[in-house]
Design a protein around this ligand. Structure first.
Ligand code: MTE
Length: 322
């Protein structure tokens, strides 16, 4: 790309990620007060939902619940979750559910490459039947200081790593979303370095919490959530959980994610949740639980410290929390 994203003026930041949380509360309160929002939007989507019925993987759900993953709060109702999304390929606002129905999820080939024994391409429908699926209840904490609780279905990322057979020199996994500006009009916005990229270390990928999502709410994952395959990294801010993945590349260099490429001083590689490390423009001490509107204290590693803190024990000099 000729255009250099790094030369953007500091005010030219993505609207949603720059908006203080109070503004989100106000917008939502306003919608509720107007009697708009979820009910109306649900009606609009139900027609589209019929196309989802034909999903060739529908028989895999509900996936058996893994009882090890319990929550300290109610699940976010599906309707709420389905109409409050970040999926910049379909717009920078939260209400992209309708627009995201344009995402064509079949055929969906996934490339597994880079530093692996033998790079290969596999169709999503084949991959999803190679590894047993399970349902896990996870918290989901956005860097914008709102949170949800979601019944994801899928499999641990480490199972996909085992299929990929990385070489010893692989240090990171770089994930890449599809690139198709005709199907995803947001990708015509040249201010973003498309496609969406994210990455984790191979150690993080080996952690059992790192989850590849193929379903949610007892069915294939909805398009606005990143069908047919996305990540859920619940101890990190939500922007690390990349949607609609086409490529898993095993690499030696630390990948630079889309947000890090745009604003490295605000969105780093590690992006672990920490209430004591504020975003440069707002506090991370609390979060708004989306469905109840309650403000609750944010927990270090989003409450998953027992599972993941050891990953970072020797990385004290890194910016682990932004
Ligand atoms: N993945 C892609 N491809 N495009 C995006 O815009 N947004 C990220 C992440 N993954 C995003 C993405 C952000 S900022 C968040 S908070 C979560 O997806 C939102 O996931 P949800 O809409 O399912 O809640």
């Amino acid at each position: 790309m000729v255009f250099s994203i790094r030369s953007r003026p500091s005010w030219a930041i993505p609207e949603a990620l720059a908006t203080p949380e109070t503004a989100f509360v106000d917008r939502r309160t306003l919608l509720a007060g107007m009697g708009l929002g979820l009910a109306g939007a649900t009606l609009g989507l139900s027609r589209k939902a019929r196309a989802e019925d034909a999903d060739p993987t529908a028989d895999l759900y509900p996936a058996k619940k893994n009882e090890a993953f319990k929550l300290d709060r109610d699940l976010t109702p599906e309707d709420v979750n389905a109409h409050y999304n970040n999926f910049y390929e379909y717009g920078t606002q939260k209400g992209i559910a309708e627009a995201a129905q344009a995402l064509k999820t079949r055929p969906w080939d996934i490339e597994i490459g880079g530093l692996v024994e033998k790079p290969f391409t596999i169709g999503f429908d084949e991959l999803v039947r190679k590894i047993p699926l399970e349902t896990r209840l996870y918290r989901h904490r956005c860097v914008e200081a709102w949170s949800m609780t979601i019944p994801w279905a899928g499999f641990p990322l480490n199972k996909l790593v085992a299929l990929a057979k990385p070489q010893a020199s692989a240090k990171y996994i770089r994930f890449e979303t599809f690139l198709d500006p005709e199907m995803a009009p947001g990708q015509n916005d040249f201010l973003y370095p498309w496609p969406y990229i994210e990455g984790v270390t191979v150690e993080e990928a080996a952690n059992d919490l790192a989850f590849v999502v193929t379903g949610a709410y007892d069915k294939p994952v909805a398009k606005q959530h990143g069908a047919p395959i996305r990540l859920a990294l619940p101890w990190k801010y939500g922007f690390k959980s990349i949607k609609s993945i086409r490529k898993f590349d095993f690499v030696e260099e630390q990948p630079v994610g889309l947000w890090e490429a745009i604003q490295p001083q605000e969105y780093g590689f590690w992006a672990n949740v920490n209430p004591e490390v504020p975003h440069p423009r707002w506090s991370q001490a609390m979060e708004r639980v989306l469905h109840s509107g309650d403000f609750v204290l944010t927990q270090i590693y989003n409450g998953y410290g027992a599972e993941v803190a050891s990953l970072y024990a020797n990385l004290g000099n890194e910016r682990l929390f932004m």
